[in-house]
Design a binder for this molecule. Structure first.
Ligand code: TRP
Ligand code: SF4
Length: 400
């Protein structure tokens, strides 16, 4: 009943590296050509873990958004905004909190994991426990049905779905629902209404899935229905309640994992990252000094690409022919590691050239970025307000 909409967010971590680019941003760029997309800087999320060190959040947010634009996110297609500037996220977080069992939050795998991983921080705060509720609100406030995320975030999408279901179950009861559904049926007109009833019976009594699809198509095509009646009849069809907050699905981004310069996961905090916008000389230096298969001590020692962190970079950046040359040359000590790395260096520099060029106008004119984000916040807020009107009404908070 709701239009396709993509939503995703990233915590502001400052300059993006090629792991972010290949792991998420390229996918975001692609999606903007197919769907309505909303992308935001999750600055409140950053505070759930880094509440004691807030100094750089705003600066990191701007840096990150410049990199999004540099990657090719087009503000004319996608809505770019900052979470904390759209207060509706906070209101929905609070309201969802009313129906969130604390046990659900304690069970989320990242809760204990992160507490262990970030052992130097005190993560017994309420905000950190409630993080999945906030993430659910981020998604549900736009009624987004597609959420591109990495594997580590799938558990959060699952809790979002559970919360939406629970919310609809508790608050989707509309007073006089039966009567309203019957009135909507009248509007559908005799012939269509008869067909709808037949299909509804076939689905409810015999579980006929094709009948459900047909009935949905019938509703979608019925020009005599307004949006509210259409939704009511969709609910009536399945014997469920009204869907106030639709359940989203995660779009798992099956992207190549980019290893860091030391073979661990690429991360700024490990100091093993190649930035998305890096001086060519710096790209060259970083890749040339990057670790290789430890077996290749001397130039004459053969190696094994599978044991070398450079190899995944070839998988991302090199043609099949180059890769064959690498396997052949490495395993026979026919090529040296510096030689092997050169095509990767060239490819990264070539990839970054248009990115650096696109970034220039934003780097030169920060006001331009501010204007894009201000506009994005306005657009996001307008959408979020529609949802909150329905949510408030469903929760007994309609005062006007
Ligand atoms: N939790 C996500 C991360 O750490 C960021 C995020 C916050 C997000 N809210 C979201 C991602 C909503 C997708 C949808 O990467
Ligand atoms: Fe790695 Fe290439 Fe050296 Fe082999 S030749 S160890 S793949 S850098």
């Amino acid at each position: 009943m709701f239009a396709d909409r993509v939503l995703s967010g990233m915590r502001p971590t400052g300059r993006m590296h090629i792991g972010h680019y290949h792991g998420a941003l390229k996918n975001w760029v692609r999606l903007q050509h197919e769907y309505e997309c909303l992308y935001f800087a999750a600055d409140w999320h950053a505070l759930t873990t880094h509440y004691e060190t807030p100094e750089d959040i705003a600066a990191m947010t701007w840096e990150m958004i410049i990199d999004w634009l540099a990657a090719g996110i087009d503000p004319a297609r996608a809505t770019l905004f900052v979470q904390s500037r759209v207060l509706e996220h906070a209101e929905l977080t609070l309201l969802l909190g009313m129906v969130t069992p604390v046990a659900w939050l304690e069970r989320v795998p990242t809760y204990k994991d992160q507490q262990q991983k970030l052992a130097d921080r005190d993560l017994t705060n309420f905000g950190f426990l409630g993080y999945p509720v906030m993430m659910s609100a981020d998604i549900l406030v736009y009624r987004a049905n597609m959420v591109p995320v990495g594997e580590d975030q799938l558990a959060h999408i699952e809790i979002t779905r559970e919360l939406a279901r629970r919310f609809n179950h508790i608050y989707g009861r509309e007073p006089g629902f039966e009567e309203k559904a019957q009135a909507a049926l009248k509007k559908l007109g005799g012939k269509l209404a008869g067909r709808y009833e037949t299909l509804r019976a076939a689905y409810q009594e015999k579980g006929d899935a094709a009948a459900l699809t047909d009935a949905r198509d019938l509703l979608a095509a019925a020009s005599s229905l307004g949006a509210a009646d259409r939704e009511r009849l969709a609910g009536y069809l399945e014997g469920t309640r009204r869907t106030i907050l639709p359940e989203p699905s995660g779009l798992l981004t099956e992207n190549a994992k980019v290893p860091g310069l030391d073979g661990r996961k690429m991360s700024k905090s490990y100091g093993n990252a190649v930035l998305m916008r890096e001086e060519p000389a710096e790209v060259t230096r970083k890749i040339r000094t990057m670790q290789t298969d430890p077996a290749r001590v001397r130039r004459t020692d053969p190696g094994d690409p599978e044991k070398c962190p450079v190899w995944p970079l070839h998988k991302i950046y090199s043609s099949e022919a180059t890769r064959q040359w690498v396997v052949q040359g490495c395993t026979t000590a026919g090529i040296g590691c510096l030689e092997c790395k050169q095509p990767v260096i060239d490819a990264i520099i070539a990839e970054q050239k248009p990115i650096i060029e696109r970034a220039q106008k934003y780097v030169d004119d920060p006001k331009l970025v501010h204007a894009i984000v201000a506009d994005g916040c306005d657009r996001a807020r307008a959408l979020a307000q529609q949802t909150l009107r329905d949510v408030r009404a469903a929760m007994g908070l309609a005062y006007d």
